[in-house]
Design a protein around this ligand. Sequence first.
Ligand SMILES: Nc1ncnc2c1ncn2[C@@H]1O[C@H](COP(=O)(O)OP(=O)(O)O)[C@@H](O)[C@H]1O
Ligand SMILES: O=C(O)[C@H](O)[C@@H](O)[C@H](O)[C@H](O)COP(=O)(O)O
Length: 202
Amino acid sequence: MDVSSKHPVLILVMGVSGSGKSTIGSLLADSLALPFVDADDLHPKENVAKMSSGHPLTDEDRFPWLEIVRKAAEQHVLEQDADPNFRGRRGVVVACSALKKKYRDILRGVDKPRSVPEHLDPPHPHDLPAYIAYIKGDRDLLFDRMHNRKNHFMKAQMLDSQLTDLESPEEEPGVVVIRLEDSTEKQVSDARDGLTKLAGSF
Ligand SMILES: Nc1ncnc2c1ncn2[C@@H]1O[C@H](COP(=O)(O)OP(=O)(O)O)[C@@H](O)[C@H]1O
Ligand SMILES: O=C(O)[C@H](O)[C@@H](O)[C@H](O)[C@H](O)COP(=O)(O)O
């Protein structure tokens, strides 16, 4: 089957701060010739200010941001649909912490957007199923990675609040586990192989 006729995919690269989402996500996107969305770039400035001052985000801080991230991903696929010259598999790679299941459900497009008032129907979601590459590893290595990363607003002291919020996605469908301690090259290759088994070829 021609890849362009396969269903589009949202590939979510997720994990706590410092786990390597941006690093793996951008390389995976290049390797699959898909656009890349880094959810960190879409945080409202109030969220960045809050995290920079050492305060973890709440659900209320994250919900509108996650809706923006989902919309940005859908937009890429709508542009691929509208491009008569587009040939490859349609989709997008998103790097996002997505720590809780209810956050991932927003990114999956299965949760009603909270910004829509109850009495209005939600907009019809673009048919864009999500597959997940979950970066899993232990606290000490995560702390080292955050500690050694320079010029970043998220300080290593925020790691424990991230781990407290983390709900592992391992029991959810469509998930590939990536080992934190592996080289970036192996992580990208494992993500690519695992996602191809789940979602079909790219
Ligand atoms: N596989 C890896 N091995 C060693 N260091 C890594 C690896 N992946 C990422 N890093 C480093 O760890 C830090 C955090 O990575 P980053 O991609 O910014 O994570 P996140 O986007 O999840 O916060 C960066 O300094 C990055 O260069
Ligand atoms: O949901 C959150 O609390 C944030 O998204 C957080 O997980 C993320 O880590 C920051 O945006 C910092 O960016 P880094 O992931 O690059 O550290």
